[in-house]
Design a binder for this molecule. Structure first.
Ligand SMILES: [Ca+2]
Ligand SMILES: [Ca+2]
Length: 432
């Protein structure tokens, strides 16, 4: 690079530095004022803001405050460290003054509010280290101020203990609901770890009949991201925060606790991807009409969360035309119909009408953990555990023409066929 090219700007910098030195001797605070001196802070687009300007010759701590006729002081800025220079900030009548209020719909933290109508004395105060404060002041009048705080009223988070693990129980998702008391500029709903408030998980409202910022009833459904194939936030104690700000600058916040337990994406596999088909030779099973096609397999829970399952239990026999729904008819006391969130091992064949008509629990009861939840018995294959599955299908009638290939699968009911096409074989049914 040509050396003169960068020497020139360097000289300019030095010169401007010298220039500033001579100015440093004047008053600390100058060119201070508010323009205009009357506003109507209501976000109607007309005279909503005033511009506060001031200049500092030297670094100082700056406060900007307003005093009403009774002398009550409200800070817009308090003791902010500022370097020498020119400053300009727009002010729309709002001050960040935290205040807790109790209303019928719960506890609300007011974050910011627009000052009510009236004349105010404004003061810009600058303080240098070890010196007396210097002030500039004047008056400003507020009219038609919008002082109504927007509130997320009746902010409710249900349930309080959240187990986002897709087991199909009500604790798989959290509903967050509230009534927004006025049209807003911005609404934020997020999960926060009280130990690390910077880490926020924002929750989006699903598209509904009204816009997220519109006055009215709102409801969010939060599944911890598991629905999007992500791991949820780690187990622990959290808060769900709702924040709202209107266009005039009024803002408030509400909060509810939320505990996350046993959260995670469930994953299971058939060990080795292998089904032990009875009497299989070179991927073919030859059976006579009236005989049984039998198998056994091992299912492993490879996730960090319990996997819910249901019967019928390993060992159950199906006749060819039966399926897990019709089986229920014969077991008067219990139905083995499809429950959402439950995992089962299934057997399928290529001409079936119903996907995986034959299904079994992913383990024997002794492989599983029994829990009673809301009065209902539930069975879980726990993290790291294995379940033994076995069963038979009695081929008591000729399968439809073209039936040839049979295979196994792990079905996460209502979610997905988590593993399909396991250990495909050909079954040849011969006449006895
Ligand atoms: Ca206005
Ligand atoms: Ca759950």
């Amino acid at each position: 690079m040509n050396r003169t090219l960068w020497i020139a700007p360097l000289l300019l910098l030095l010169l401007s530095g010298c220039g500033r030195l001579s100015f440093d001797a004047g008053p600390l605070l100058y060119a201070a004022g508010l323009t205009p001196d009357a506003i109507s802070p209501n976000a109607d687009g007309d005279a909503d803001v005033t511009e506060i300007t001031y200049s500092l010759r030297r670094a100082a701590h700056v406060s900007i405050y307003f005093e009403d006729e009774a002398g009550t002081r409200t800070y817009f800025r308090q003791d902010r460290r500022r370097a020498a220079g020119d400053y300009s900030v727009l002010w729309g009548g709002a001050v960040d003054e935290r205040q807790i209020i109790e209303i019928d719909g719960g506890t609300v933290e007011v974050l910011s509010r627009v000052l009510p109508d009236g004349p105010y004395r404004w003061v810009i105060e600058a303080v240098e280290e070890g010196r007396e404060p210097v002030r500039a002041e004047g008056t400003i009048t507020l009219t038609n101020a919008d002082t109504e705080t927007p509130i997320l009223n009746n902010f409710a988070v249900v349930p309080e203990v959240f187990r986002p693990n897709q087991d199909g129980l009500r604790d798989d998702w959290v509903s967050i609901s509230y009534y927004l008391t006025k049209d807003a500029d911005q609404v934020l709903v997020y999960l926060v770890d009280p130990a690390d408030e910077d880490l926020r998980y924002f929750i989006a409202e699903e598209p509904g009949v009204i816009e997220p910022e519109e006055r009215g009833y709102h409801e969010y459904r939060y599944e911890g991201g598991v629905d999007l194939n992500a791991e949820p936030p780690p187990d622990g104690e959290y808060a769900i925060i709702g924040e709202v700000r209107d266009r005039a600058g009024n803002a408030s916040r509400v909060s509810q606790p939320l505990t996350i337990e046993e959260g995670g994406k469930p994953r299971a596999d058939v060990v080795q991807g292998e089904i032990d088909w009875q009497d299989e030779m070179n991927r073919v099973v030859l059976i006579q009409l009236g005989e049984k096609l039998c198998f056994s397999a091992v299912v492993a829970n490879e996730s960090t969360v319990p996997i819910r399952t249901s019967g019928p239990w390993p060992g159950q026999e199906y006749r060819f035309r039966e399926n897990y729904n019709t089986l229920a008819d014969e077991l008067a006391e219990r139905s083995w119909g499809q429950q959402s969130g439950v995992w089962r091992f299934g057997i399928n064949y290529d001409t079936t009408g119903l996907d995986f008509p034959y299904r079994w629990a992913v383990g024997r009861q002794e492989d599983l953990e029994r829990r009673v939840i809301n009065g209902q018995e539930q069975w879980y294959l726990m993290p790291g555990m294995r379940g033994e599955v076995s069963g038979c299908i009695v081929i008591d009638e000729e399968p439809p023409t073209g039936t040839q290939i049979w295979w196994g699968g792990l079905i996460h009911q209502g979610v997905e066929v988590a593993n399909n096409d396991i250990d495909r074989i050909t079954v040849d049914v011969g006449a006895p």
